[in-house]
Write a protein that binds this ligand. Structure first.
Ligand SMILES: Cc1cc2nc3c(=O)[nH]c(=O)nc-3n(C[C@H](O)[C@H](O)[C@H](O)COP(=O)(O)OP(=O)(O)OC[C@H]3O[C@@H](n4cnc5c(N)ncnc54)[C@H](O)[C@@H]3O)c2cc1C
Length: 365
């Protein structure tokens, strides 16, 4: 019997298990390794920080879906992959052999990218640790006014700055350090304008500068300004897990797993990868993570076919995707290619999509 090891209970593997629950995989031993028993849906985390959702509403337990899919669930975290021996080592020393390996372990944040961040930063990943730390911060924010600095001008940084402002209220102060340019550098100009307006309207100070250092009481900017700070939320871009370097897998220049159109590793056909941890070596504009949720179904199909010795199907990620940015209060910005819109109705739209996703995967929604 072939052993399929699913590493990481992320968005793609949740979809894989759903597909396997709908149509069983014959004659294979299926195992999922996950450090956490629940998957936290990052798209709803800014809504949780803003106070719109409980933590339970924005996470799904993995065990019921695993059971329906005939997948054995092991709690643990991988620390090494030996592609020559086809085995994965876990943090507790266990070694798991595999015939087919699928990686959906997401991305990390580089804890040493900014001096002092490791000691004083509140990192948005792992998201489970962030939500725990955030609940303590929110409690403190109910007792006294806080100065919060969000470091990172991407979508997560913008959404979190607005959410934090919404929940702490006007007596606290929230700043957003963008890294140099305008917030949302990879979004269309119309969305950048809408986001800037939203930040201004809600009194979030936008600092178009880099963050040079984080200390216990300040954030030091590249141009020398010191910003008072009780909590620095670090929402820098995705970084690849460093331990992949010893695996023998082909990696791109940033350390993400290089995959081809069938989601197989460019170097090891028995290894598949999807989501934030993977890049497409055939993509002229490689960007990790753009296909985490959508890659789930094609990943499931190709894993099933590979186990059965069938022909694999290439997966073409969408060029455009609907983008929905929560603005703290029940208000959001939508974009699709060059089109954009905003309003309370966009938030209701996002809310419905997110809750439907959660309910479809065993959450309470
Ligand atoms: C605040 C915030 C808001 C966001 N909002 C959106 C949004 O609205 N829309 C959007 O498309 N994207 C959003 N993102 C980005 C989104 O989170 C990622 O693109 C998405 O989670 C990628 O899914 P994934 O399956 O690759 O990994 P993840 O969902 O991160 O899952 C990876 C899993 O692997 C596990 N894992 C990690 N290391 C190991 C290990 N060593 N061994 C075993 N398991 C391991 C993790 O615990 C986790 O369960 C947001 C990100 C943040 C931080």
């Amino acid at each position: 019997m072939k052993r399929l090891l699913l590493l990481g209970g992320g968005h793609a593997h949740l979809q894989v298990m759903r597909a396997f629950a709908n149509e069983a995989v014959p004659a294979a031993e299926l195992t999922l390794v996950t450090p956490y028993p629940r998957l936290t849906y990052s798209g709803m985390v800014p809504g949780h920080v803003a106070g719109h959702y409980s933590l339970e509403q924005c996470s799904v337990p993995l065990a019921p879906m695993a059971e329906r899919a005939g997948v054995r669930l092991l709690q643990g975290a991988a620390t090494a992959i030996d592609t020559a021996r086809r085995s994965v080592t876990l943090a507790d020393g266990r070694s798991l052999p595999y015939d087919v390996l699928s990686l959906d372990i997401g991305a990390t944040v580089d804890r040493d990218a900014i001096p002092g961040a490791r000691e004083h930063g509140l990192f948005v990943r792992p998201i489970e640790a962030f939500t725990q730390l955030w609940s303590r911060m929110a409690e403190l924010g109910r007792e006294r006014a806080l100065c919060v600095v969000v470091v990172g001008g991407g979508a997560a940084g913008v959404e979190l700055a607005l959410a934090i402002h919404h929940t702490l209220g006007e007596r606290s102060h929230v700043s957003l350090v963008t890294g140099g340019g305008v917030p949302l550098p990879s979004h269309p100009p119309s969305v950048q304008r809408r986001a800037l307006k939203a930040l201004k309207r809600r009194n979030v100070t936008v600092l178009e500068d880099t963050c040079a250092e984080i200390s216990a009481e300040h954030v030091l900017l590249g141009r020398g300004t010191r910003v008072a700070c009780d909590a620095a939320v670090v929402a820098l871009g995705a970084a690849a897990p460093a331990w992949l370097h010893g695996s023998g897998l082909a990696l791109d220049e940033r350390g993400f797993v290089a995959t081809g159109p069938t989601l197989q590793s460019s170097s090891h056909p028995e290894v598949f990868a999807a989501g934030d941890v993977a890049t497409r070596s055939d993509d002229p504009h490689p960007k990790s993570g753009v296909y985490a949720v959508r890659a789930g179904a094609p990943l499931a199909l190709n894993l099933r076919r590979f186990l059965a010795g069938g022909e694999l199907q290439p997966y073409r990620p969408q060029r455009r995707a609907l983008n929905l940015l929560a603005c703290g209060e029940r208000y959001a910005i939508a974009s699709w290619g060059g089109w954009s819109a905003e309003g309370a109705w966009v938030w209701r739209w996002k809310d419905r999509i997110d809750r439907d996703f959660m309910r479809a995967h065993g959450g309470i929604g």
